[in-house]
Design a protein around this ligand. Structure first.
Ligand SMILES: Cc1cc2nc3c(=O)[nH]c(=O)nc-3n(C[C@H](O)[C@H](O)[C@H](O)COP(=O)(O)O)c2cc1C
Length: 205
């Protein structure tokens, strides 16, 4: 086997790189700029779902979910998670892994009112009709229920539901696969947080 020397160096936070790429993707009207695919697992059973990335901070990715959902039940038993971000317009894939933490109530309070109106009524329905991800007898029961809710409560009178939640995927590792190099010699790097500073390792793509 060839004598290989691992390249490891101390460097800046890779989440800043993701933030810049996301801004670039937005300027290209990349439909993936604002979403990620969140992978969780419970008792060895994997599951993945698309979520809107509310923010990418120095610490990780923030997301808004509802606590009545199946994913929240999973997070209660296993907070380890990985989010995949693929930005076709910049030809880079990010895998952000770490642990899920619940954000303070004030974060969701200050953001919930900016949700699209349909999403607000859906959030109310999770608490008053059926939990998110639960089985419905018929789709029409939801349609009728939301119609009734709209007659009963004006959007301006809605308050943030108890079960609406914000979460942070606090990153302890980020992997970036960059497809921009010629001849398919992709550039792949893993960044790991060690004692508070990010370390970079070059990976075989
Ligand atoms: C483009 C897109 C964005 C989505 N954004 C969110 C989101 O921000 N929060 C959320 O709870 N579900 C979002 N969903 C729905 C989830 O993918 C998922 O269906 C739902 O949360 C139920 O997941 P669960 O059964 O794992 O709890 C989105 C779906 C799509 C296709």
């Amino acid at each position: 086997m060839a004598n290989m020397t691992l390249t490891r160096m101390k460097l800046m936070n890779p989440l800043e790189k993701l933030t810049r790429d996301r801004q670039s993707a937005r300027s290209h009207e990349d439909s993936n700029a604002d979403i990620c695919f969140l992978s969780l697992s419970q008792d060895g059973v994997p599951s993945v779902r698309t979520l809107v990335m509310r923010d990418v901070t120095q610490e990780g990715i923030t997301l808004f979910i509802n606590k009545t959902s199946h994913k929240w039940q999973i997070i209660q038993s296993n907070e380890c998670a990985e989010a995949l971000v693929w930005l076709p317009s910049v030809q880079r894939q990010y895998r952000v892994s770490g642990r899920i933490e619940e954000l303070g109530r004030e974060v969701i309070e200050s953001n919930w009112h900016r949700r699209p109106v349909g999403s607000k009524y859906l959030d109310y329905s999770y608490e008053r009709l059926a939990p998110q991800s639960s089985e419905l007898e018929a789709r029409d029961s939801l349609v009728q229920f939301v119609r009734g809710l709209k007659d009963e409560i004006d959007e301006d009178d809605m308050s943030t539901p108890e079960q609406a939640a914000g979460i942070l995927l606090r990153a302890n590792a980020v992997e970036c696969l960059d497809l921009n190099s010629p001849e398919r010699l992709h550039d792949r790097n893993r960044y790991t947080l060690e004692n508070g500073s990010w370390q970079q390792t070059v990976l075989m793509p």
